[in-house]
Design a protein around this ligand. Structure first.
Ligand SMILES: [Fe+2]
Ligand SMILES: [Fe+2]
Length: 150
């Protein structure tokens, strides 16, 4: 019982994204490749899904835009994936269809999270998640102040 409560608290707090890449269908004698990363998950019926949006790479001097919401999660051995399928925008009087699976979940970048997710972390206690941008690292050593020994 105690074990189950901890796991749900952890899953609720862990925001993740998925990377994806693929290739559209061939239409008008060409296809487009694309890569992207989804947004963090939103809760939907049956689990969670991710919004995504990207621009394809250039082919035949044009690009298409792709956007939508992924399928719900599909459990796989090391986590879960989602399926992205739809139709690109119409550009140059045609569109393409696509159907790919994302990669495994990964942590979003530039987000501060607790270092330890064990049962004693603040997150497991039910404290609200701190999601602040990571502070910029100082690249050069600080100059010594006047009157201060270096
Ligand atoms: Fe996911
Ligand atoms: Fe095209």
């Amino acid at each position: 019982m105690e074990e189950k409560k901890e796991v749900t608290a952890r899953e609720a707090g862990w925001q993740h994204v998925h990377d994806y890449f693929g290739r559209t269908s061939v239409d008008r004698g060409h296809f487009h490749t694309f890569t992207g990363s989804t947004n963090v998950q939103t809760v939907v019926a049956g689990g969670h899904a991710h919004e995504y949006a990207n621009v394809t790479r250039v082919a035949e001097n044009h690009v298409h835009r792709m956007s939508g919401i992924s399928s719900v999660q599909m459990p796989v051995m090391m986590g879960h994936v989602h399926r992205l399928q739809g139709t690109t925008t119409v550009d140059d009087n045609h569109s393409h269809v696509y159907d790919v699976y994302t990669g495994l979940p990964r942590a979003p970048r530039n987000v501060r999270r607790g270092r330890f997710f064990g049962p004693f972390s603040a997150r497991a206690e039910g404290a609200e998640a701190r999601e602040e941008p990571r502070p910029r690292r100082r690249l050069r050593a600080k100059k010594p102040e006047a009157g201060e020994k270096p």
